[in-house]
Ligand binder design. Sequence first.
Ligand SMILES: NC(=O)c1ccc[n+]([C@@H]2O[C@H](COP(=O)([O-])OP(=O)(O)OC[C@H]3O[C@@H](n4cnc5c(N)ncnc54)[C@H](OP(=O)(O)O)[C@@H]3O)[C@@H](O)[C@H]2O)c1
Length: 261
Amino acid sequence: MNRLQGKLVLITGASAGIGAACARAFAARGAHLLLSARRFSRLEALRDELQSAHETEVHIEKLDIRDRGGVESYVAHLLSQGRVPDILVNNAGLSRGLEPFHEGRVEDWEEMIDTNVKGLLYMSRAVLHLMVERNSGHVIHIGSTAGDIVYPGGNVYNATKFAVKALNQGMNLDVVGTRIRISSVDPGLVETEFSQVRFHGDEERAAGVYRGYTPLTADDVADVVCYVAGAPEHVNLMRTVVYPTDQRNPYVLHRETSTAG
Ligand SMILES: NC(=O)c1ccc[n+]([C@@H]2O[C@H](COP(=O)([O-])OP(=O)(O)OC[C@H]3O[C@@H](n4cnc5c(N)ncnc54)[C@H](OP(=O)(O)O)[C@@H]3O)[C@@H](O)[C@H]2O)c1
């Protein structure tokens, strides 16, 4: 049974990776989309692709999730058009650097905290209260196994994803008694642009992260997100952890060949 048909899904960070894959997966299941990210030309290309392949409405917005005023006016604008999302996928996020804490760059830390934590807070605050007013809705965070177990050099990125885990629990507690669901999908290693961003564009180092084993694809994660979103309304898959079979925790990874990264 397809419970996603006709749902309105807001996805942050939809210009690449898991967010773009979620857009494709929801569109294929008949959902309508509100897509945002900073790289607008990518959103335009994705909108054109989805609208020609599916009978779906796709609205795109250039939005930096760190911009609190921008997030609030975007959601207010959606509300004025009667577009209250049925599902919010809090996906926009990034890691920067893998240095030991004492060598870390404060600018990297601030970017991760501002995006992964504060951006998620701004969007969730703006959307969740509309959902509570309607007594209907589903927020799905893209957390990480980095929010479960700290790995060397992960320090501040781990802290941001631990924060997402805490917020997932906290939001769930605060909506008890409503029909709102709050969930988190927490992947291990997924091959996206994530490592290029982490290593500030060092493509060789980024490629090494995914060498010698089979990582998750963005589509694998999007399938899980759609499964979580498509469960019956009385079922809240509160936290779903998904690893590639070759990985059993953030640092126990089976590689056929030894690689850098
Ligand atoms: N890849 C992994 O191994 C992995 C594992 C576990 C969890 N995750 C999580 O999955 C989520 C998506 O990552 P990904 O792997 O798909 O990486 P990705 O390919 O680099 O995509 C990241 C997306 O986030 C958006 N984004 C980043 N900063 C933003 C900002 N300030 N405002 C708005 N959008 C922003 C990017 O769009 P623009 O640059 O166009 O703004 C892009 O669409 C993140 O939360 C990440 O922490 C990833």
